[in-house]
Design a protein around this ligand. Structure first.
Ligand code: HEM
Length: 155
């Protein structure tokens, strides 16, 4: 077993936790938005519960998992760069992977910021919006995973 293999495994585990959180948090926002037509006190009770889950999911799973995915991914870049040269960073597959990583991190930032608006009652996003955008992180993951596993090039 090499350090590289171990770090790659830890990277994949962090990514699994990150993806799980990215796919679940928007669902909790959709359920929160759907409480608008519920009668009181059910609406307040459900929202209190959903908002506790939103905050916990973000603080206990999403934020640490993103930090770990970046830390282990950065470590892999370091090992790759120092052993096989830094030019892999400019290969099309790696550029696609890095673009996906930036996109996923931006999406994380967006849904993390949205928590304050949802819980402060100022969010303008509907349950339909959250259901329609729910597949965005998964589509980005398809690009990123296939880029690193195939290391595709043009022609
Ligand atoms: C957060 C920042 C990230 C960085 C800096 C990063 C960087 C890297 C690097 C350098 C490798 C080794 C590539 C190689 O030479 O084979 C790697 C492997 C991998 N990454 Fe990431 N990555 C990140 C996030 C992600 C995400 C979000 C996903 C999936 C959604 C992902 C999926 C994978 C997989 C599956 C591998 C293993 C590929 C293999 O061994 O064939 N990574 N990552």
């Amino acid at each position: 077993m090499t350090t590289y293999d171990l770090v790659r495994g830890l990277h994949i585990l962090a990514v699994i936790a990150w993806m799980a959180g990215l796919l679940f948090l928007p669902r909790l926002y959709a359920y929160d938005a759907e409480q608008a037509d519920k009668p009181e006190p059910l609406r307040s009770e459900m929202r209190a519960l959903l908002r506790t889950w939103q905050t916990r999911l973000l603080r206990i799973i999403l934020d640490p998992a993103m930090a770990a995915a970046w830390a282990f991914g950065g470590w892999l870049i370091w090992i790759d760069g120092t052993t096989r040269g830094w030019d892999f960073l400019l290969q099309p597959w790696m550029l696609a992977k890095l673009a996906g990583v930036l996109g996923l991190s931006a999406w994380h930032g967006f849904i993390a910021g949205e928590r304050r608006r949802v819980q402060g009652g100022t969010s303008v996003r509907s349950a339909r919006f959250w259901r329609m955008t729910n597949e965005v992180p998964f589509l980005m993951a398809v690009i990123m995973v296939l880029s690193v596993t195939t290391e595709w090039t043009f022609g």
